[in-house]
Design a protein around this ligand. Structure first.
Ligand code: NAG
Ligand code: NAG
Ligand code: NAG
Ligand code: NAG
Ligand code: NAG
Length: 650
């Protein structure tokens, strides 16, 4: 393993806003209790066993009973219509071969399952492949080692030690295979380091191979940090960025291999420039024809001091209460005053294309805690309510604490499985809260007198409330801080409602959270499928008094389904899942999957049901046109995968 490369220029970062990228392993010194190292602890951040102390219940405590009175029809303050894929992921380009698969023939089965879980709930999934490493990425015909992606460490030249990447079209073909199996829609990035000699191959090959599954091409990743990182002169301004964006559009217009010219996303700011600085250049209006969306990137804070010894020292234990609050998500929204309205006025979606608990890897014990799962839900729903159109939570490598999911390191991949983090549980809950209708409109209920500890949202479809999302950020084993929401609906409540809970004993718990009774377990234990019996509670309502009493434990999250259809829309069955012990064989252009090796997920739901009655496996036709076809999937065994040696760090 190599040592961390940190150039002194990095000291000039605006740390709270900068997403710092570095490569190599690191171990942070947490403030908090480190439990006795478990047998499975490898020393990498993703498996850190730090457990923080849960904040004490607030004093004075918020009321433990409050009313939620929902109007039907003509409700004001609803968000724009949101898609079930609202909550997606951002994966640094350089770690795609760890997370997605090695190439189009070797896909990571746990990743497929994780995406299939979300497709089942929200209808589809959005994933960004990009980040700092997109800027110098170059598509090549082949690499020296024959791998689909390689990093050229000999050419590491910038402050964040980002190595140039070379990759082959296998990477994009692999993405197409994943889309065909699990309906993942992709954002990619056009290299922006060289505005004289544009490298547009990623757009050419991306459009050809991904078709409708390519939904955006970021142009410029955090351009407001370019000059600080030495990628542009000190004078580099919003107008300069706009001009370069214009040059890119000219180059794309001149390229007949790029049929779709309207996929660009900008300005992707880190927060040094403000959005109005960009808007006043005419960026969003002059380039309207070419823009698919307007985007920003933002972390609420950073832990760069622990990593680089620079900036403000911050400790997970001290930061914890900040995340266990409704205000946390609102603070991030408040950094973009008027931006979502502006985006609507120019007819563009407004996306948060990279975020997580804290840049520079997050905090041990916090970013991997149950508290982070509750934070992720409230933050994402706050963005949805505030008319953002998408939020993408970042996935780093072994050296970060905030991963939604982490593959095992190379030499452990034969005996270890994946580690699922709290943010993935948030993704499941939000996908179900929004459902698959793509008409969900979110309302912040200002629940319980606007208490920061007990936020609630109602989700409407076609003017009717369909689901209610209720969080309790307090940890209190005595039960005294559990609350009861008394829900009433204009007209009358149904005879009963269904409730799914996201639960753990404390906000400080790491691993083994349950969503409707099911879990991904502890470290190294998941193939991406929920295990355990599905537990959906039925709560009878009092129709005479028009009230449903829903209890929310401290801590916990409850998703209340007001109708059977609201539940159905959020959990379509059966879903296709993939067993890591499955061996799938290929016969010419036909993929054969033996149902006996495909386990079920989510109780009875799994591909095995869909395949029941076939004894030798169902033949799936695969016409292998790129985007629509079923892939030539075979030998998809996570255990067979070689995971890149070098950890990635954001
Ligand atoms: C994919 O990777 C595997 C393992 O390295 C290799 O055996 C196979 O040839 C590769 N396939 C392609 C199409 O590159
Ligand atoms: C941009 O990156 C490519 C690939 O690393 C490199 O070959 C090229 O020289 C870079 N251009 C500039 C202007 O830095
Ligand atoms: C979101 O957009 C809708 C539709 O334009 C608007 O009515 C609503 O007030 C906006 N919400 C917020 C929080 O700005
Ligand atoms: C895996 O590799 C790392 C780094 O080379 C080493 O420290 C560790 O002991 C290895 N683990 C196993 C189980 O081989
Ligand atoms: C998770 O739960 C399982 C089953 O109860 C238990 O064996 C395991 O030790 C737990 N893991 C952690 C990290 O708490």
């Amino acid at each position: 393993m190599r040592l961390l490369l940190v150039h002194s220029l990095i000291f000039s970062f605006t740390l709270a806003r900068a997403a710092v990228t570095a490569y190599g392993p690191h171990v942070q010194s947490p403030l908090g209790t480190t439990t006795a190292a478990s047998a499975s602890y490898t020393g990498a951040a993703s498996y850190d066993t730090t457990i923080l102390t849960a904040p004490a219940p607030p004093n004075p405590a918020p009321p433990t009973q409050f009313n939620v009175e929902l109007q039907t029809g003509g409700v004001s303050g609803l968000s724009i219509q949101q898609e079930g894929s609202f909550f997606g992921f951002s994966i640094e380009f350089s770690v795609t071969t760890q997370v997605l698969g090695l190439n189009s023939s070797f896909l990571q089965v746990p990743f497929l399952n994780l995406m299939a879980n979300l497709r089942q709930r929200g209808g589809s999934v959005k994933v960004r492949v990009g980040g700092n490493t997109q800027e110098t990425a170059t598509l090549v015909a082949s690499t020296p080692d024959g791998a689909a992606l390689e990093k050229d460490y000999g050419k590491v030249s910038n402050p964040t030690a980002t190595p140039p990447l070379v990759f082959t079209s296998e990477i994009i073909k692999m993405m197409a295979e994943i889309s065909a199996l699990t309906d993942v829609y992709w954002y990619m990035g056009v290299p922006f380091n060289d505005t004289q000699n544009w490298r547009l191959q990623i757009a050419e090959v991306g459009e050809a191979m991904l078709g409708k599954y390519l939904i955006g091409l970021q142009a410029g990743n955090e351009p407001d940090l370019y000059s600080r990182h030495g990628h542009r002169p000190d004078t580099y301004s919003p107008q300069d960025y706009k001009n370069e964006f214009g040059l890119l559009i000219d180059a794309m217009n001149a390229d007949s291999n790029i049929p779709n010219k309207n996929l660009l996303i900008g300005p992707n700011l880190a927060g040094v420039w403000s959005l109005p600085d960009i808007w006043q250049t005419g960026f969003a209006t002059d380039f309207s024809q070419n823009l698919a969306a307007l985007g920003v990137e933002r972390y609420p804070t950073d832990n760069c001091y622990a990593l680089f010894g620079i900036g403000t020292p911050r400790y997970g234990q001290e930061m914890f209460p900040f995340f266990l609050s409704h205000q946390s998500g609102k603070n991030i929204v408040n950094e973009f005053p008027g931006a979502a309205d502006y985006a609507q006025s120019v007819g563009k979606p407004f996306i948060m294309s990279e975020t997580n608990t804290a840049s520079c890897g997050g905090f041990p014990g916090l970013s991997d805690s149950f508290g982070a799962a509750l934070w992720g839900i409230d933050y994402a729903l706050q963005l949805a309510y505030s008319n953002f159109s998408t939020v993408l939570f970042h996935v780093g490598g072994q050296s970060v604490y905030y991963n939604p999911f982490t593959p095992p390191v190379t030499n452990q991949s034969t005996f270890h499985q994946w580690t699922i983090g709290p943010i993935y549980y948030s993704a499941l809950a939000v996908a179900e809260a929004l459902g698959s209708s793509n008409t969900a409109q979110v309302l912040d209920l200002q629940a319980n007198g606007g208490s920061d500890y007990t936020p609630g949202y109602a989700i409407y479809e076609n003017g009717q409330p369909v689901r209610i999302a209720l969080t309790n950020f307090i940890s209190d084993p005595s039960g005294n801080s559990d609350y009861t929401a008394s829900i009433s609906i204009g007209g009358t409540v149904p005879p009963s409602v269904k409730v799914k809970y996201l639960l753990a004993d404390s906000v400080s718990q790491i691993y083994n959270f349950t969503w409707a009774g099911q879990t991904f377990g502890g470290p190294f234990s998941s193939d991406g499928r929920l295990v355990g019996a599905l537990d959906i509670q039925t709560i009878p309502c009092d129709q005479t008094n028009n009230v449903c009493q829903v209890k929310v434990p401290a801590p916990g999250f409850a998703l209340v389904f007001l109708t059977d259809n609201a539940l159905f829309e959020s959990d379509q069955s059966p879903t296709m899942t993939f067993s890591t012990t499955a061996y799938t064989d290929i016969h010419g252009p036909t993929v054969t999957i033996d149902p006996s090796v495909l386990a079920t997920s989510n109780g009875e739901k799994g591909l095995a049901d869909a395949l029941a009655g076939t004894s030798k496996g169902r033949q799936m036709s695969s016409a292998l046109g790129f985007a629509q076809a079923l892939p030539s999937l075979f030998a998809v065994m996570a255990g067979a995968l070689v995971i890149g040696r070098l950890a990635f760090m954001r």
